[in-house]
Design a protein around this ligand. Sequence first.
Ligand code: NAD
Length: 434
Amino acid sequence: MADLLLPTNTIVHPDKDRFLHEENPFEAMMARFDRAADLLDLEPGLYKVLRNPEKTIIVSIPVMMDSGEVEVFTGIRCIYNTSRGPAKGGIRFDQNVTLDEVKALAAWMTWKCAVVNIPFGGSKGGVICDPLKMSIGELERVTRRYTAGIIATLGPDSDVPAPDVNTNERVMAWLMDTYSMHVGHTVNAVTTGKPVAMGGSLGRREATGRGCMIATREALAHLGLPVKGRTVVVQGFGNVGSIAAELLQAEGCKVIAISDRTGGWYNKKGIDVKHAIAHVAEHQTLEGFGGGEPIANEQILELECDVLLPAALENVITTKNAANIKAKIVCEGANGPTSAGADAILDDKGVFVIPDILANAGGVTVSYFEWVQNRSGYYWSEQLVNERLTEIMVNSFAEVLKLSKLHRVNMRTASYMLAISRVATVHKLRGIYA
Ligand code: NAD
């Protein structure tokens, strides 16, 4: 398959001939975008429109810390594209947040919503801070001031956040309350991933991990491998990784290694995932878990296994280690875990990669269900949520697979082609407002 792919280490669009900086997430996104745009023969005008975010806001967030001192954090919100509907995208609290990372994540949200064909555009937000070193009160003040700073973009019809790395239901509750106080009435559809008690959807917390499980199941079926007995390695044991691990284990897979920022654990007889989840609930991390032998995060990726599920951060599979990946399937729970340069190496090795914009789309799909439920004021059972999620994941996987066979490209390029064509179609229909 590799010979059918275009070179991955350069940008291929004629007027954008430049080298790729492997670890820059925006360039990594653009490299894939360019490849798909070329194969689609995307009009130059549309190409220019789609390679630029619509709007990016950077705000200073002054916060009174518990110590009595004032700290000023930086917050970013990028609205990448709203042609298909309101912008949708999570908020990340992390000390390594950068403008290019937020832009890339916002673009990926745009393509992701289009791949699973839900009527949203894409956005993303980030605050440069270390939430693990902050108190609950400090986190609340950061959240509320950040929300106030970007309030002009927010709204159920304009931009709808959700949780991402180091943010959760509680952060979404503060955001929803701050927005509601500003507009003078309760607006629960301004964000998704809220606590169920205040309009969150049943099944949302598990949705991204569940979507990864479903995508993995589809990939195994495509490769003619039974689910039962497949060995699984999961990097990142937060919302996405822990739930994907638990659900894959429930399907009969053997989870042989897990890890988080404190390191990993390997057990060839199988990790007790429920025990690991209980450990993290009590101690916050996997440190001291002890359900196997300790293993380094870099090593975990190179273990012999059927399914590797990176569910932490970007750029963990790069040109430096891609040749050592032994998994048959890589299911990208995280956004951007594979660099563009690593794509061709994995293709050469025959690794079947379920790309992030398809694999982890379960989260935004149930976010869409949450938004629909909030707006209609009518709430669904968890069973209905899961059935509708399964239908969308299974159909989207099949559509991407069909396109990948038709154009003889890998699943990533096929996903981008599907997404870009859907977004481009709407741009063409809408035309340019002048
Ligand atoms: P989270 O904060 O709940 O968990 C992140 C996990 O990654 C934690 O276990 C953390 O310890 C671990 N981690 C951090 N740095 C690491 C490192 N260097 N090595 C190994 N592990 C490390 O975040 P999450 O919501 O599970 O998100 C994980 C990834 O999935 C992110 O890329 C996010 O953008 C993506 N994602 C999340 C959702 C969602 O609904 N939460 C949806 C789509 C995509």
